[in-house]
Design a protein around this ligand. Structure first.
Ligand code: AMP
Length: 399
């Protein structure tokens, strides 16, 4: 079955065409700056990538370009749209409605729209992607895969915030989590790598990229996660602050004369590695600068690793121990130095990296020492494949 995976952002449209049975990516690409000047379309795999400047007034036009590139010209991957069997859409916020991926119908569309209150940019973008597909490929089965659904198993003691209960009743303010598709994927792959049933394992999964989140998974069930009502909560990130004293918000409003929206921007776009270093949100830039003696870059680096270390400690307590810690995404997969700092000094609680294994590159691999009681493994994430697989499973049941 060929599944077109769509990840629509407010001004972008990312896609992959995946043959699920063969685990094969037939084509992929991204339309960027959709709806603005200077829009362009990147299409192709590795060396065969082409970049085309193209006007795209909206996601509908972007989708038309994508489908044209898939079916014609030098980048063609299939002969016609008939060869696309189904479409899987990434949707950021599924609220309490969706605890798993679902076939898209009018009711689902209406609920995604309703939930846009909680993720305004993201859910509206997903809807634009869904509508564009309906327009260009009417009748094609479509599935919504939610970033939040994996965390619908969290118990109330983990998902509730200690603010007046009425705020939960009135506004549904609670923890929903994010990056759920990635945590689900790496927990399943980790179990396969360890050759043990997921139901027998206590895992801590760490998605460390520009956005960062960490989850406690008890015998296959997510019991806690660091992202909250929104993806601002939890770990320090590239440009997001993560958890801070909430009183800072009102302090900034009062003392910097900022509006609520400006504080929101400050916490989402100007904080994290960027805010502390004053240089960049990119960990590679921070690492180079810190090695050259840039003190704030060094501080940013240390704060990032400390933030992860603290959450690992608290999730070991939540789980009552841990069998394996799993790392993924740009930093988790690639940054030897950050991994070393995160796990430094944890020997006394049975976590020890093997310095040589930590330096190695490769696909799924273990980086803990032979003596480490807790195994530490690196699993490259693959959210697109997970979306394609969910779509396949649901559409196959339709017959
Ligand atoms: P992601 O959001 O998963 O694409 O991850 C982006 C983050 O990963 C950025 O902060 C990058 O600097 C970081 N990253 C990617 N490759 C490396 C690397 N080889 N060493 C250190 N950080 C890296």
């Amino acid at each position: 079955m060929n599944v077109l995976v769509i990840n629509a952002g407010s001004s972008s449209l990312k896609y992959q065409l995946i043959n699920v049975e063969k685990h094969d990516v037939l084509a992929k690409g991204i339309c960027e700056r959709v709806g603005t000047a200077g829009a362009f379309h990147k299409h192709g795999i590795d060396d065969n990538e082409v970049v085309i400047d193209a006007e795209m007034a909206d996601h509908n036009q972007a989708m038309a370009l994508v489908l044209e590139s898939l079916t014609s010209g030098p980048t063609k991957a299939i002969d016609s749209l008939e060869e696309i069997d189904a479409i899987g859409h990434r949707v950021v916020q599924g609220g309490s409605y969706f605890d798993k991926s679902v076939l898209i119908d009018e009711d689902v569309i209406q609920k995604i729209d309703e939930l846009a209150e909680l993720a305004p940019l993201h859910n509206k973008a997903a809807l634009m992607g869904i509508h564009a597909c309906q327009q260009h490929m009417p009748g094609k089965p479509m599935v919504a895969v939610f970033d939040t659904s994996f965390f619908q198993t969290l118990p109330p003691k983990a998902y509730m915030y200690p603010i007046p209960y009425e705020m939960y009743e009135k506004h549904a303010i609670r923890k929903y989590g994010a990056h759920g598709t990635s945590h689900r994927y790496i927990s399943q792959r980790a179990a396969a790598f360890l050759d043990e049933p997921l139901e027998d394992l206590k895992l801590i999964t760490c998605h460390l990229g520009n956005g960062c989140s960490i989850s406690a998974i008890d015998h296959g069930v997510a019991v806690d996660t660091s992202m909250g009502l929104t993806p601002l909560d939890g770990l320090m990130m590239g440009t997001r602050c993560g958890s801070i004293d909430p009183a800072i918000v009102t302090y900034l409003i009062d003392h910097e004369n900022l509006t609520a929206q400006e504080v929101n921007d400050l916490m989402n776009k100007k904080s994290g590695l960027l805010g502390i270093s004053g240089l960049s949100n990119d960990l590679r830039t921070i690492r180079t600068a810190s090695e050259e003696g840039h003190e704030r870059a060094q501080l940013a680096y240390e704060m990032y690793s400390n933030s992860v270390k603290k959450f690992i400690g608290s999730y070991i307590a939540v789980l009552g121990g841990v069998d394996a810690i799993v790392l993924t995404a740009g930093v988790g997969e690639n940054c030897e130095k950050m991994r070393r700092m995160i796990f430094s000094g944890l020997n006394s609680i049975g976590i020890e990296l093997d310095p040589e294994k930590n330096k190695e590159r490769g696909y799924e691999r273990e980086i803990s020492s032979d003596d480490s009681r807790v195994r530490v493994i690196v699993i490259p994430t693959n959210e697109e494949y997970m979306i394609a697989r969910d779509t396949y499973r649901i559409v196959e049941q339709l017959g």
